[in-house]
Design a protein around this ligand. Structure first.
Ligand SMILES: Cc1cc2nc3c(=O)[nH]c(=O)nc-3n(C[C@H](O)[C@H](O)[C@H](O)COP(=O)(O)OP(=O)(O)OC[C@H]3O[C@@H](n4cnc5c(N)ncnc54)[C@H](O)[C@@H]3O)c2cc1C
Length: 235
């Protein structure tokens, strides 16, 4: 049932994605609100402050039947969300946010992601893939360890099906076993070695506030104009 600008959902399923991230699949109790890939829901929990709720980006594409939130265990609020089970109810605000590419543009897209910041980017990447959009898309995705990498298989499947999508994994804390994963921090130099700046590529940076600020400053300092840099800082 829609309550003003609020929506009521039922938890349809909960799946473990990594040791610290779970996927919560939601079904709307009434008409599902329309969302743009990249937007988030503000989730309210009756016994958990803040009363106004916390933001969680949708990690599924708009055309998928269920809405998926992917929650990383951090503090009290995320812990409470991770204890939800199938059949539980949840209240959210309407989908919101401006972290998405303009549909009429055709320049390349470069997603620069730290950890759980993958959620809105995955939604956008899936949406573009399902629309058979021909924009070249790169994802540069940094995590601490290989076991922290969320959606590894989902991304592999998408890259196998969509030749215009390429994914670069980086891990910072331990030598990866997988050859496809680079050991070390994602640097501006390594990132830009994959991007032709004359193509007016647009950069979508998402992760912790520190990650987002550092990457924004680095890319801007390397010559990427401000209007080609989009950010979503998780706090
Ligand atoms: C637009 C937006 C979208 C978001 N989407 C998602 C999402 O898809 N999935 C998700 O899990 N979270 C997402 N978040 C973060 C989420 O809203 C909460 O901030 C997060 O769950 C932490 O809340 P908490 O109460 O559990 O922990 P808190 O009690 O707020 O945090 C405990 C400690 O962890 C630190 N901390 C908080 N967030 C992070 C972080 N991301 N990384 C590292 N340290 C952190 C805090 O500084 C604090 O010291 C999003 C935030 C925003 C603003």
């Amino acid at each position: 049932m829609e309550l003003g600008h609020e929506y009521r959902w039922t938890v349809a399923n909960v799946q473990t994605e990594t040791p610290r991230i779970k996927n919560i699949y939601l079904e709307s109790c009434s008409e599902r609100p329309v969302f743009i890939a990249g937007q988030y829901l503000t989730v309210k929990l009756p016994d958990c402050s803040p009363a106004e709720g916390k933001a969680y980006s949708i990690s599924s594409a708009p055309t998928e039947s269920q809405v998926r939130l992917s929650i990383k265990r951090i503090g009290v609020f995320s812990e409470a969300l991770l204890s939800l089970q199938s059949g539980d109810e949840l209240i959210t605000t309407a989908p919101y946010g401006f972290f998405y590419p303009e549909p009429e543009e055709s320049s390349p897209l470069v997603f620069v992601v730290g950890g759980i910041g993958i959620t809105p980017c995955l939604s956008i990447i899936k949406d573009l893939a399902y629309q058979q959009n021909s924009r070249p898309v790169q994802l540069h995705y940094s995590n601490q360890t290989e076991s922290d990498i969320a959606f590894f298989a989902e991304l592999e499947q998408l890259t196998a099906q969509h030749p215009n999508l390429s994914v670069m994994h980086y891990v910072t804390r331990e030598q990866p076993a997988n050859d496809a994963v680079t050991f070390g921090r994602m640097t501006i130099k390594s990132l830009l070695s994959h991007v032709d700046l004359s193509t007016d590529a647009e950069f979508f940076i998402c992760g912790s506030m520190d990650f987002t600020k550092t990457l924004w400053k680095g890319l801007h300092g390397a010559g990427v104009p401000q209007h080609q840099l989009y950010t979503e800082g998780f706090f």
